[in-house]
Design a protein around this ligand. Sequence first.
Ligand code: MUC
Ligand code: MG
Length: 372
Amino acid sequence: MSSLIEAIETLLVDLPTIRPHKLSMTTMACQTMVIVRMRHSDGIEGLGEGTTIGGLAYGPESPESIKRNIDSYLAPLLIGQPSGNVNALRARMNRHARGNSIAKSALETALLDAQGKRLGLPVAELLGGARHDHLSVLWTLASGDTTKDIDEAFQRLDDRRHCDFKLKIGANAVDADVRHVAAIKEALGDRASVRVDVNQAWDESTAVRGIQALQDAGIELIEQAIPAREHAGLIRLANRFNVPMLADEAVQDARDGFDLAAGGFSGAFALKIAKSGGLLGVLELAHVAQAGGIGLYGGTLLEGTIGTAASLHAWATLPEMAWGTEMFGPLLLKDDIVTEPLRYHDFGVDLPRGAGLGIALDEDKLAHYVRK
Ligand code: MUC
Ligand code: MG
């Protein structure tokens, strides 16, 4: 008799960031994670995390809605079910609940963590096996101040923590943003690659002007310059410029990936477990990208250690990603709620070892940061 899912607890955990993190749609001083503790009849607990950016600023799910929708709708679909068949439980959630990809990702992560612990295998092995145990990680410069960003970049380079940088732009006028980015690229020269994420802030004609100037300044990747739903516009931009486009908000799941690939998009897809409803869904998207000749990039919604570890287990099963990863979420937070933080070194991070995600909660820290 396989183990049954007995109880699912969701906790809102608020952790301060090390500095304000300025994006086109919000400035973060704190990150809120929804931590899932899923208990099973064999005594095993699976951990999951559902996290977004800036309440409802980034997308249609907020931390509070993730918790509420798990508690009221998704957990009742899972409680009492045999826990080992993740494919069946994923189908059950999708059949009875639309959308809510971040909530579903948190639950699927907890199912995989529990199954890995049960079998004594890392999640990457459940997914077919890890091809890498160290993945490159970029850093996002988003203090909102050019001089501070340059100092931060040199610090990260000197510490051998990161050698690729992403700049968050789109909150200011295009010319001011371009001056900011060009100054950082000029200061860093060949020591680092510089990319930008516009987070949908421009319309297409503004994007043409901005991207031309960024391409001239030596920027090497342009992420989500225009609104998510404008697939045709994104394809036009990809065909117009030499600098590649990275589709992020535009590509949630395999269906979006197929539409973009079939429409003639080239460049790269930002993979995120949160967008695709979990590890299984994001790997489907990765396979569509590979079939369409589109590059891979391991993306984050600025998850803490649990969500970041889950993503790393998925990325580790893929071929080397053309654009690396941005799995730096835990480094943006002042503290952690796990006993062993992830190990960042030599411009990347190690895939955690151990059964399941390879992550254990620090109960004191959790009690300290959980929303009362
Ligand atoms: C995004 O849109 O890519 C990833 C890094 C960061 O600073 O924000 C996120 C979200
Ligand atoms: Mg992005």
